[in-house]
Write a protein that binds this ligand. Sequence first.
Ligand code: IPM
Ligand code: MG
Length: 360
Amino acid sequence: MTQHLKIAVLAGDGIGPEITDQAVRVLQQLSAQGHFGLTLEQAPVGGVGYRASGHPLPQATLALAKSADAILFGAVGDFSLDTLPRELRPEQAILGLRKELGLFANLRPAMIYPELAGASTLKPEVVSGLDIMIIRELTGDIYFGQPRGIRVLENGEREGFDTMVYRESEIVRIGHVAFQAARKRGKRVCSVDKANVLETTQLWREVMTELGKSYPDVALTHMYVDNAAMQLLKAPKQFDVVVTGNMFGDILSDEASMLTGSIGMLPSASLDAKNKGLYEPIHGSAPDIAGKNLANPLATILSAAMMLRYTFGLTQAADAVEAAVRKTLSSGMATPDIYRDGCQRVGTVEMGDAVLAAMN
Ligand code: IPM
Ligand code: MG
């Protein structure tokens, strides 16, 4: 029997709508080709959600996200709303979804397509063949730790504070995700921490080391985050799976994206314990290019492929999307972010058209 997928589409702000449109077209075409049945439901989120109903994550949007089998997410962020209290800012939508849905495991693959080796700011020989999987813990750490705030001291000076905190159980569950992912890849895990300074990450290192003993077939190494940031630029191909906390993972995954030529190429999956997931490009809402048909839709299209693979187990359909993206890149089509000499400069919609054509 054909699987039926119920997908919530939360396009969000800035370039969110134009890039999710292209990924939706890809899903619709696969459905039309008989790969699966499809129900898509859209809902406002981020700045758009705030404008529609006074909250970046409206109740109805959260309810839809909970009832769907998976979520395709665009981007949130709107500078004009940055003066709102933090709990009403667009970014709270994605943080709220991650927390409410228990999406603790964030998979951010950074691999380079041969065509784009020259698009990276690093030398082609440093990045060609790169294939890293960054696994970022997504519902803990300083992002969610309490207490936090800005308080006024007795002398009238203001003081900002946040709490970095990890429970053993949180470290263990993300650790399992990393070791299991490594088993399907290069069998190496590098756990990134700052155990030389921070207690939280000393515990992180101890727990990872302990857990590593149940995966004798996987080689575990540890690296301080500052060194990891440097090694990613110096010799990125040394990494297979990188596992780290929420804050460090946020930073290192942006850094890793530029190894691949453009942040416009990197998809991500945020999974719960049952592999239900939210899928989104790792880039933001890019308000400066929104509505101009300039954004690269490939990260979102590749996120849809990850959805098919991780939540629905539709390997063949996922492979078809990834192959179509590769074909499109090698045909020389390029949005401005990945433009190289000799390429054909195209827009968001034309890139989507090309991927659809390559899937026929
Ligand atoms: C990301 C983003 C988010 C984060 C923002 C939008 C809250 O940078 O997904 O990496 O910090 O996690
Ligand atoms: Mg980020």
